[in-house]
Design a protein around this ligand. Structure first.
Ligand SMILES: NC(=O)c1ccc[n+]([C@@H]2O[C@H](COP(=O)([O-])OP(=O)(O)OC[C@H]3O[C@@H](n4cnc5c(N)ncnc54)[C@H](O)[C@@H]3O)[C@@H](O)[C@H]2O)c1
Ligand SMILES: N[C@H](C(=O)O)[C@H](O)COP(=O)(O)O
Length: 331
């Protein structure tokens, strides 16, 4: 990417029976000033455009960088479906198709063919039903890039990062180790500085137990694991708040005291963010050697094929990827 060309972004359509393909069609129809390369099945994208009432000019990707893109024109890397989609009904026979899209996008980013990847939602259970271990894009891209990563969901007023991602709740306490917390906090601090322009970020760290353990009366992970890590990193100069009780960490009086929150597990913090800004929140993978952003919502199977899904989160994810790509070009 140089100053005259658009950020070149791979956009994966996700689960073919979900709303992802329709949202990609809506994005392609918009005037978004990015060189969008849809990673999907071409016929699926045509059907999704038709369901969404948009007209697209779909062409094969020739790999060349471009300086402008007329609304509706979309280049495609064709990844064939195994079986035609049935909106609302994921078919595990298409699991390989979904993973092939992710692999193509990741490898293209690693090779410098794309400036980043924006992902549509996948139905994890359908991939698992095909007998393939898979817990999310975050873990897939981390493995593909051999990187240590952190999941962040960033909304207009709140950024949340997770110490653990897609684990059963019963596995969380033993997964929250000093090494994990230290590594996670270092990745979060570096990313807040390099991607979000906050040189000395303030990070609020949640406890694991109710009321952050209530001084050891409601659990010991805070005293045994979290506090020693925070003390060690504070001694290095990191600005860390906590461990805070999760139930009050998000109240208005606390919000201006931090730039991001580190939660111990998925459902400790994501419901807060998704209930206040479902339309505009973006999932960002921190720590990868390439830019990866995503919608904050799932496959919305109840809306698939109806053309009624809201594209706002995909638009936000694409705009953030464009900003990050331009920033990377300038640095
Ligand atoms: N980025 C991702 O790949 C991603 C993110 C979250 C969930 N998921 C997966 O999605 C699947 C379904 O998850 P879920 O049912 O918990 O969440 P969901 O986000 O798919 O649906 C929750 C509710 O929000 C609505 N909704 C979601 N997106 C919408 C949109 N763009 N416009 C209008 N309404 C929308 C749905 O219709 C539904 O009522 C699961 O397999 C989950 O793992 C994937
Ligand atoms: N945890 C994410 C969320 O709730 O929005 C979602 O499952 C997607 O995760 P990946 O980006 O790792 O697929």
């Amino acid at each position: 990417m140089d100053a005259t060309t658009l950020p070149r972004l791979a956009v994966t359509a996700g689960e073919p029976a979900g709303v992802g393909p329709e949202l990609v069609a809506r994005l392609a129809a918009s005037d978004c000033a990015a060189d969008l390369v849809a990673i999907t099945d071409k016929a699926l994208l045509r059907r999704a455009a038709s369901a969404s009432g948009v007209v697209l000019d779909i062409v094969d990707d020739d790999g060349k960088r471009i300086a402008s893109r007329p609304p509706g024109r979309i280049r495609v890397r064709h990844v064939p479906l195994a079986v035609a989609e049935s909106p609302g009904h994921p078919d595990p026979r298409n699991a390989r198709h979904v993973l092939d899209m992710l692999a193509l996008a990741a490898d293209g980013c690693l090779a410098g063919e794309f400036d980043g990847v924006v992902t549509g939602p996948v139905q994890k259970s359908s991939i698992n039903d095909a007998g393939i271990p898979f817990s999310g894009h975050t873990e897939f891209f981390a493995e593909r890039a051999s990187a240590e990563v952190v999941m962040m969901l960033a909304g207009p007023r709140l950024r949340v990062t997770l110490a653990t991602t897609h684990l059963p709740l019963s596995a969380v306490p033993s997964a929250v180790t000093p090494a994990l917390l230290e590594r996670t906090l270092r990745i979060v601090r570096t990313a807040l500085a390099s991607l979000f322009g906050i040189p000395q970020p303030r990070i609020a760290v949640l406890g694991l137990n109710p009321h952050a353990g209530e001084g050891g009366h409601m659990g010991h992970e805070e005293i045994d694991t979290i506090v020693p890590v925070l003390e060690r990193l504070r001694a290095e100069g990191m600005e860390l708040l906590g461990p805070l009780p999760a139930d009050t960490a998000f109240v208005p009086a606390m919000r201006d005291r931090y730039d991001a929150v580190l939660a111990m597990y998925h459902d400790q913090a994501l419901p807060v963010l998704k209930s206040e800004a479902f339309d505009s929140t973006v999932n960002v993978t921190l720590g990868l050697p390439f830019i990866r952003t995503s919608v904050d919502h799932g496959t919305a199977l109840d809306r698939a094929g109806t053309g009624t899904a809201n594209p706002a989160s995909l638009f936000s994810a694409t705009h953030l990827a464009m900003d990050l790509a331009r920033q990377r070009r300038q640095s």
